[in-house]
Design a protein around this ligand. Structure first.
Ligand code: TF8
Length: 337
């Protein structure tokens, strides 16, 4: 009993001392595993590093982010589950792979939803983006910021896609998401869902003929090594989202939460600039790497849109008519400016 009592006393003293120091800034030493799917040398990897540095600086070195890329902690869907269960603290990944957890995220899968990045930023960073993000909490996740993955374009090893019909029969890898699956089926492709981490080798072994991703990713993942044709389709804008395990988040102090929120916004601003700068150079880079590039004519994009009216109706039902209409109204207002 004596030993136990003195142990209790010692612990109480230590706690008191610690809380005395922490009173000004309630921050404890923390290790934060922050997983992502692309290479370290990618827009995702560079921004993860910026996030890690911002957290370390704002916490006086107490909170340390271990950014772990190349899907070393698993593909998006696996990391999401680890966050929900509390086995991993943070990640950044596609909103498209989150739809199984939070159906409202399907809003961002709408083909041709945004015409440009100005519209994307305004909607994602405004009340609609926040409303969608807030839906995560009930599912065990906290969203902190949307990063830019970007407008997606089509690559394949079979033929240039210049007309809708050219998609016919192309075995196309899509993200693990029903909107993408349905959309590309509607357009005549043979769509196959696969995690991103399996994509390069699937292209290399010709298990699939093609894929679709922003220029940045086609470059950083070296898809140009295994894909001949790049068709500039800009068929959808896709966001990434910075996520926190809610189980873990709820244990943090307000100060610690603020460190993470601020760093997420700082990394977002860096990431969008970096992604856009790289994206502007990427076409020339990909051409230099030997890709054959063609632009999809506006008339063909219009034909694709027509084929996708059913898909859009499905998304509206999935996310709810209120959210759908609110988004259309917000876009209408932005386009009048
Ligand atoms: C894809 C996405 C990827 C993301 C990333 C690994 O094609 O565009 O960028 O899933 O988090 O899977």
């Amino acid at each position: 009993p004596f030993l136990r009592r003195s142990l209790v006393l010692a612990c109480a003293a230590a706690t008191l001392a610690a809380s005395g120091i922490a009173a000004a800034q309630d921050i404890k030493p923390r290790i934060i595993r922050f997983g992502y799917g692309l290479n370290e040398d990618s827009n995702q990897g560079r921004a993860a590093k910026v996030f890690a540095e911002a957290v370390q600086k704002a916490s006086g070195g107490k909170m340390r982010v271990r950014a772990i890329g190349a899907a070393a902690l698993g593909p998006d869907t696996q990391m999401q589950q680890a966050l929900v269960g509390g086995a991993q603290e943070m990640m950044v990944g596609s909103t498209a792979t989150l739809v199984g957890i939070t159906k409202e995220m399907a809003l961002w899968d709408t083909p041709f939803l945004f015409n440009n990045t100005r519209e994307a930023d305004a909607v994602l960073d405004g009340p609609i983006g926040q409303k969608v993000m807030d839906q995560l909490q009930a599912k065990g996740l906290v969203g902190l910021a949307y990063w830019e993955n970007g407008f997606r374009n089509l690559t394949n090893s079979t033929r240039p896609v210049a007309r809708l019909e050219d998609l016919g029969g192309i075995k196309l890898r899509v993200m693990q998401n029903n909107v993408y699956l349905d959309s590309f089926k509607q357009l005549g492709a043979n769509a196959v869902p696969l995690p991103f981490s399996e994509l390069f080798s699937a292209l290399e072994t010709r298990t699939v003929d093609g894929q679709e991703n922003p220029f940045n990713t086609i470059l950083s993942s070296k898809f140009y090594e295994v894909q001949k044709y790049l068709s500039v389709t800009n068929h959808v804008y896709s966001p990434w989202i910075v996520l926190v395990s809610k189980k873990w988040w709820d244990q943090l102090s307000k100060d610690e939460q603020k460190v993470l929120r601020d760093a997420a916004l700082a990394s977002r601003d860096f990431e969008r600039k970096d992604t856009r700068a790289e994206g502007a150079r990427a076409l020339a880079d990909l051409k230099a790497k030997g890709m054959q590039i063609n632009e999809l004519p506006a008339s063909e994009a219009a034909r694709m849109r027509d084929k996708l009216t059913q898909v859009n109706a499905g998304i509206a039902t999935t996310v709810g008519m209120d959210l759908w209409n609110e988004t259309q109204a917000a876009l209408g207002a932005l386009r009048k400016k």
